[in-house]
Each structure stands twice: as C-alpha cells, then as structure tokens.
Design a protein. Structure first.
Length: 189
C-alpha cells in the first residue's frame, strides 16, 4: 500500500490558493482514477483505489496545514506503513519557481509548516515529498498573503498541464520507486 497525502487548508477561501497546491494535485488524481466520493478517515478526506495491483490511499488532511502530521500518523499507524518507503507528501513550495516540480526522498521542511508537522510526527527526515513550485514572494507581498492568495489567471491556465506532469511523477513513485520518479520529475523543466 502507498499513501499519497496532499497538503492544504480546508475552507472555500483556500480552494485555489497557492498553499493548496497539494490538494489540487490530489483532486486531479482522484478524478483521473474515478475514485468517487471521499470518506472521512484519519482526520482527512480519504479515497482509495487499486492501481497495477497496489492499493493507493489518497489523503487530504482536514487539520489545517500546521497539524498535518497528526492525520498522517493515524493512517501510517493504522496500516503499519513505513514513513520512508510508503508515504509521499505533496505540497507547495515558494523556493521553486511556479510550475517547477521537485521530488526528494528526504530532507528538512524548508520552512513549510505542514512538512514540519509531518517530519516531527514521523520522527525522521526520510519522508518522500513532491514539492510544487508556486513562485517566490514578491517584494510587495508578505509570505502569508502570497501563499494564501489565489493563482494568477496565467498560472491557472497552465495548472492542468502542471498537474498532469505531477500526476505522472506520483505514478512513477508508486510503480517504479522514488529514484526513477526523481529522474522523471527532477529532469523536467
């Protein structure tokens, strides 16, 4: 079993915010696999599907970003999953230009509160993550208003292609492992 968690914040005001890039990818994957209606499980909206003989569990934690680790901990413990091998976390990153994707097997949270919560809960830095670049904060904006702000019209126009590319990376991670997925995702510009 593989767990793919997309980070975001609940509430209609955040739906198309940069900080909900992880949720947008999860929505894209759920639609792609026709997963249907979610169930409430692990303080999250949860969907599951079998793909190529493996069960995939998609989670959108409803705990707000800075408490995401709680929701993932429940699922990891319940299914006896390995943080290092079975979990992929998808989230926004202001350190990457808009549209750039970066997959890593381990590392720090890089200042991202959701990933910080997950790493603290997991007790390891070895949690695979797919970062979706949302661009750096413009000088006239603060961090909070930038990440909680909506994508520009031009960015929204390119989101479908970006989400397709990210979905291919998730699929590679699930079927071919993190090293192959990193070659696919990190090699694209």
């Amino acid at each position: 079993m593989k767990l793919i968690a997309g980070l975001g914040n609940p509430g209609p005001e955040y739906v198309f915010s940069r900080h909900n890039a992880g949720w947008l990818l999860l929505d894209h994957l759920v639609d792609r696999y026709s997963c249907g209606t979610p169930r409430m499980q692990f303080a999250s909206m949860a969907w599951s599907v079998f793909r190529e003989g493996e069960k995939l569990l998609f989670l959108k934690p409803l705990t707000y970003m800075n408490l995401s680790g709680r929701a993932l901990r429940e699922a990891v413990d319940y299914f006896g999953l390995s943080w290092e091998e079975d979990v992929l976390v998808v989230y926004d990153d202001v350190a990457l230009p808009f549209g750039r994707l970066r997959l890593r097997k381990k590392g720090s949270a890089g200042g991202h509160k959701g990933m910080l919560s997950i790493l603290g809960t997991a007790g390891t830095l070895e949690v695979c993550r797919l970062r979706i670049g949302v661009g750096s904060v413009p000088d006239e904006k603060g961090m909070v208003s930038w990440v909680l702000g909506a994508f520009s019209r031009a960015e929204r126009d390119t989101l479908p292609d970006l989400l397709d590319q990210a979905a291919r990376g998730v699929e590679a991670w699930c079927s071919e492992g993190p090293d192959r997925a990193m070659n696919i995702i990190n090699g694209t510009v």
